[in-house]
Ligand binder design. Sequence first.
Ligand code: FAD
Length: 494
Amino acid sequence: MKPKSVIVIGAGIGGITAAIHLARGGLRVTVVEKNACPGGRCNRCIREGHQFDTGPTLFVMPQLYEAEFGALGTTMHEQLDLQRVDPTYHLVFDDGSQLLLTSDMASMQEQLESIQPGSFQGLKAYLQEGERHYQLVLEKMVNCDFRRATDFFNLGNLGLIFRLKPLINHYRNMSAYFDDPCLKSAFTFQDLYTGLSPFEAPATYSMMPYTELAHGVWYPKGGMYRVVESLMDLAYQDGVEFTFDSSVTQIDTNSRHVRGVLLKDGSCLDADVVLANADLPYVCQRLLPQDRRVEALSRKRFSCSAISFFWGINKTYEALDPHTLFLADDYRENFEHITRGLGLPANPTIYLHAPVRLDPTMAPPGQDTLTAIIPVGHLSESRKQDWDELRDEARQHVFRRLRTLGINDIEAHIKFEETYTPLSWAERYNLMKGSTHGLSHTLTQMAYFRPSNRHPRYQNLYFVGASTHPGTGIPTAMVSGRLVAKRITDDLRL
Ligand SMILES: Cc1cc2nc3c(=O)[nH]c(=O)nc-3n(C[C@H](O)[C@H](O)[C@H](O)COP(=O)(O)OP(=O)(O)OC[C@H]3O[C@@H](n4cnc5c(N)ncnc54)[C@H](O)[C@@H]3O)c2cc1C
């Protein structure tokens, strides 16, 4: 019998992972990608011997990667040469004070007690709560396939409303553990990695600082793009076909089903199933006929965006650790400005990544490869946003904050610069509003409330990736790929 065919729109992490599982399930799988290379947001740029991870730089939740590579019949360590990054972050506050987040609890005790006496006890209690949240979220929200309402609304999940603190805001919850505002920010800034402000994220997200300290932040030799390369090797071995530089312009539909896709060059590809890895709000708005769902999606909350600088530097800066974070005193205002004002805060949070300390091959000898990421509001149709101007302002903020570490001469040593603004994210990967993490992960857009992996109307159209279930992040996209592939093969009764 002729195998059923699947077209996957997009070669992001979720799309490639799903393609592998589907090919192994006996389907004929073709991935159509608009860009010249796979990876989507998890991408890289190589210039003059400098290699930049242009999206993710943090390998967190290693247990999830381990499980997902396991589900693909291999192991994480077989695929990736990993080293632990500890201290995980070098935090620099406005007044120049610093904190090294580390799994070495003796060092944490010494540092925390010097900031706020008694606060180490607070950390221990906070990490216990984080562990509880981590286990529950993985079991009840991430590794679950919510096909029916009863998969979520059932007796077993009733207690989650108390145990996961979903109704308490993360920052407010910090008062139970710390008084010092620097410590409150040191253990909530991680919410940004899901594109959320700690002032609107549920306290559930204490799981992030927990997993970073307990399971570690890691670095794959060769950079985060190694994850994409290893998945691509597996996909090719399983016979998945890829077409690059090929944009889908429309999904061909009838009243209840899809028949295939139309490409930019005018050709049509028929398929039994279409799986969209391109971001879900974009797919609904641009590739499908307009309906009420599109209206509903436009009312949903989108995550923040980012301005990124990629600098090739002709010297190395010893003062920089692999992951440096400059946090602002006016923490609340900072996030308000991003989520409500949709612009660049007056004193923005800045993340700096310097991978050469972990992997000397990321720059020519004696030189540095630096990435600065500044979270900003997403694109808005109603507000004035001059991204060239905001990018130039953001650059000056990075230089200003670097001076607090004694780095005064960086401008003179930048050999070249590449930049991304929210417009770049929108244009490169078709992310609606340039939101780097797609639909936001607020309470009403998590778990069962996140758009499902299957379209409610078109029975053979499925979704995988950041804006569908379970949500943003590389290992999460791998989970999404596994879950949706299982759903497709179940629906096809394979
Ligand atoms: C700046 C930044 C930093 C991040 N940091 C981290 C981190 O440190 N750790 C972490 O785990 N995660 C991080 N993330 C999140 C992570 O990168 C994403 O959640 C994940 O890569 C999303 O994968 P996805 O499967 O949703 O696919 P996507 O990456 O969205 O890929 C979708 C693909 O579809 C393609 N496409 C779109 N439209 C079409 C079309 N019409 N036709 C054909 N193809 C199309 C796109 O080009 C793209 O290749 C970060 C993201 C960003 C942007």
